[in-house]
Design a protein around this ligand. Structure first.
Ligand code: NAI
Ligand code: COI
Ligand code: MG
Length: 368
């Protein structure tokens, strides 16, 4: 049987640095576990703009549609801040999400025991934390029309449109309920139904999908601003949080700090299952290109490595191998391995991006 195919788009800033460690881990699974992938590399974001004048070449888009999974590092950076909006690096990533129809973005926030002291919250609030944010990814205000900056009288007006159809809400709600059934069986849906019509529709559709097909799952609704507050007040009250594109973007960065660092949070962006039952999928860390630490060997590669673990689980039916990788990360953290972002007030000597890769590979070897 042919090997599964992986398209790696390392992107910009720390993207290539963290992805460098992921490729070592992919090689390890090929060498030591007989789990070989056919890996291809291509450009996205500013790197693609520099070569092709577009943040995502059509050939790259076409290949993303064909492979079994895409792994992405990060896009963007100050070098590209003044580019026309249509060719900004971030547009390359948004095009991938839209054209691959990756409507369900899974952003798990789990607190590793070894980092429970490191979070900016008190230990008892986050020890054992395990929540899953399900963020709608292909619609909402990031894509709605009209959008743009227009002349209006003697000044300019910036417009973005929050737009959701019932079917867009329904399909992501289903994915959240399905996930909840395999976890703590609870979904909290977050919107702003008090001030936005799209929020009213969101709440109605989520409730209807629940009542018709998932009555066994515990469902609650919360305004997203209260949700942000509750996430830092008592995060363990949540199991699955279901929310839209914009609120999900913000709430997941917030959830990252519950786990200690934005450098720890992975994500999976999934579409509807293909004929073979496998969804189109893109895996990427939640963080961006981190221009402030690019090129210094300081980036934490764990979010990107955990994203590959999600690929093993969700695209390749390799849940046991995903767990092996997650346990290896748990072990190195327990042994005290820390990149600079994980240094607490007590200080200590951080290890570099590649040294974090070294110790995780050693822990994988020890797992055999
Ligand atoms: N999915 C993507 O490719 C995303 C891209 N971006 C883009 O990235 C650029 C920078 O955006 P920012 O707002 O600065 O967000 P960011 O996530 O790149 O960085 C925020 C802060 O977290 C730190 N950080 C992030 N990842 C880290 C890691 N792995 N290890 C250690 N520290 C880490 C950074 O050093 C920075 O202080 C922008 O161009 C933005 O549009 C932002 C978010 C997501
Ligand atoms: C297109 C991205 C830069 C938006 C973002 O911050 C994210 O998806 O996390
Ligand atoms: Mg974000």
């Amino acid at each position: 049987m042919a090997n599964p195919t992986l398209l790696i788009l390392a992107g910009d800033g720390i993207g290539p640095e963290v992805m460098g460690q992921v490729t070592r881990i992919i090689d390890w699974f090929g060498d030591k576990r007989g789990l070989a992938f056919d890996v291809e590399h291509d450009l996205v974001g500013g790197a693609a703009y520099d070569k092709h004048g577009t943040p995502l070449h059509d050939d790259t888009m076409a290949r993303a549609m064909e492979v079994d999974a895409v792994l992405l590092g990060a896009v963007g950076g100050p070098k590209y801040d003044d580019l026309d909006f249509s060719v900004k690096p971030e547009r390359g990533l948004l095009r991938l999400r839209k054209e691959m129809d990756l409507f369900s973005n899974l952003r798990p926030a789990q607190c590793f025991d070894a980092l429970a002291d490191f979070s900016s919250l008190k230990k008892h609030l986050i020890a054992g934390l395990d929540i899953m944010i399900v963020r709608e990814l292909t619609s909402g205000v990031y894509f709605g029309e009209p959008r743009g900056i227009f002349e209006e009288g003697n000044e300019r007006v910036g417009i973005n449109t929050q737009r959701y159809t019932e079917s867009e809400i329904g399909r992501v709600a289903r994915s959240a309920f399905e996930l909840a059934r395999r976890r703590g069986n609870k979904v909290c849906s977050m919107e702003k139904a008090n001030v936005m019509e799209s929020g009213i529709l969101w709440r109605e559709v989520v409730q209807k999908v629940h009542d018709e097909d998932y009555p066994d799952v515990e469902l609650s609704h919360m305004y997203a601003d209260n949700g942000a507050m509750q996430l830092v007040r008592a995060p363990k009250q949540f199991d699955v949080i279901l929310t839209d594109n914009l609120f999900g973007d913000i709430l997941s960065d917030c959830a990252a700090m519950l786990t200690g660092s934005l450098g720890m949070l992975p994500s999976a962006s999934l579409g509807a299952p293909n004929a073979d039952g496998r969804p189109k999928a893109l895996y990427e860390p939640v963080h961006g290109s981190a221009p402030d630490i690019t090129g210094q060997g300081k980036a934490n590669p764990i979010a990107c490595i955990l994203s590959f673990a999600m690929a093993l689980r969700y695209s390749f039916d390799q849940g046991d191998e995903a767990t092996r990788l997650e346990k290896a990360i748990e072990k190195v953290l327990a042994d005290g391995a820390r990149t600079a972002d994980l240094m607490g007030e007590e200080g200590g000597t951080p290890i570099s991006t590649s040294q974090m890769g070294d110790v995780i590979l050693a822990a994988l070897d020890a797992s055999l």
